[in-house]
Design a protein around this ligand. Structure first.
Ligand code: PHE
Length: 349
């Protein structure tokens, strides 16, 4: 059954590319979620991604306590397509038209393959866009905030595993040195963590070396003998096949949709590996953008809300241990409770 409120698929009249906008839920408030411009073997794979990612945003908002719903937009590029500046602008205008036609039901933001400059282009057509550059009136790049929120989550994991939130000397494997992954690796290096990193782009090896991190191939890093594996690239990396080979104590990172299938969370639990749901660890970006742009929080207040992810993760891990649940089930339960309360018109819990 389609469990979304609205899905728009429109071939952009300027770009000729499929724009797929999925609004999963507006129960908590107008939906928000990033714009992903990425390559897919088939546009239908982009649709599948948009459906899963938008559902993930609903959970992300609910667990973060934000009065927003979940949505996502995907522009599915055929493999090998390179967008020059003119075509990119055309794509962004096509996306902006679709967002404008939803009239506030959904607002976009950056995601894989997009950044603040793209948001500024969308902002020429519609106000329903987060993270435009600060000089254009937005809250700017969300990735440093996502990285900071992930650090908060990792501190909670460290407290759970080792009894202290300190990250110095902890062995961490960061998968992906993109916008968020690179910030994260820098913050972790500054904390004195022992880092192993990878990226599909071999050119990023220089970044790794500058940080004093060990470089590994993308296929080896997942099964490194480390304390925590930190996924910061594309999703579906945790499969039924790979879990028995994991040697880490926990997996916690900002990549969306890390599980290939939902049952992998149970399997990790059976193998004694703590998995912090991606939508909890990766909420820093939206928390900052929404707090700043919708709720007019100042930088100190927005930062405090991002850092509160540590408390959320700590509570989830405690609740999971107490009730014999996986953190995934504990988080889903929190989300369900908040969505139910909103749907029945109750305020708060
Ligand atoms: N890519 C962000 C996420 O997955 C989406 C986003 C960031 C949306 C900032 C709005 C503002 O959480």
């Amino acid at each position: 059954m389609l469990d979304h409120e609205e899905v728009v698929i429109r071939v952009g009249r300027r770009s000729g590319l499929p724009v797929i906008l999925a609004v999963h839920s507006t129960v908590l408030g107008p939906a928000a979620g990033g714009l992903r411009i990425w390559h897919y073997p088939d546009w239908r794979d982009g649709l599948t991604d948009a459906l899963r990612l938008s559902a993930g945003m609903t959970l992300k908002m609910a667990v973060a306590g934000l009065p927003s719903g979940g949505g996502k937009t995907v522009v599915a590029l055929p493999e090998g397509t390179r967008l020059g500046p003119d075509r990119r602008r055309a794509v962004l205008q096509d996306v902006a038209d679709v967002i404008a036609s939803l009239d506030g039901t959904y607002a976009t933001g950056p995601d894989v393959g997009t950044g603040p400059a793209d948001m500024a282009v969308i902002g020429e057509t519609t106000p329903h866009v987060f993270c435009r550059p600060e000089e254009s009136g937005g809250s700017g790049d969300s990735s440093p905030h996502t990285a900071l929120g992930t650090i908060a989550a990792l501190r909670a994991v460290s407290r759970h595993l080792h009894g202290t939130p300190a990250l110095d000397g902890r062995r961490l494997a960061v998968i992906g040195l993109g916008r968020v992954g690179e910030h994260l690796a820098r913050l972790l290096a500054a904390e004195g963590a022992e880092l192993t990193v990878t990226d599909i782009e071999p050119g990023r090896r220089a970044t790794a070396e500058a940080l004093g991190a060990v470089w590994r191939g993308p296929e080896e890093i997942l099964t490194e003998d480390v304390d925590v594996v930190v996924p910061a690239a594309l999703g579906s990396l945790l499969t039924r096949e790979v879990v028995p080979r994991l040697r880490c104590k926990a997996v916690a990172g900002p990549a969306n949709n890390q599980l290939a299938t939902p049952d992998v969370a149970d399997l990790m639990h059976r193998h004694g590996i703590v998995w912090v749901p991606d939508y909890v660890a990766g909420a820093g970006g939206v928390v900052n953008a929404i707090s700043t742009e919708l709720h007019h929080a100042g930088p100190g207040e927005a930062r405090a809300r991002v850092l509160a992810i540590a408390q959320t993760v700590g509570e989830l891990l405690d609740a999971a241990a107490r009730e014999g649940l996986t953190p995934a089930r504990a988080a889903a339960e929190t989300a369900r409770r908040r969505l139910r309360a909103a749907a029945s018109g109750a305020c708060g819990e």
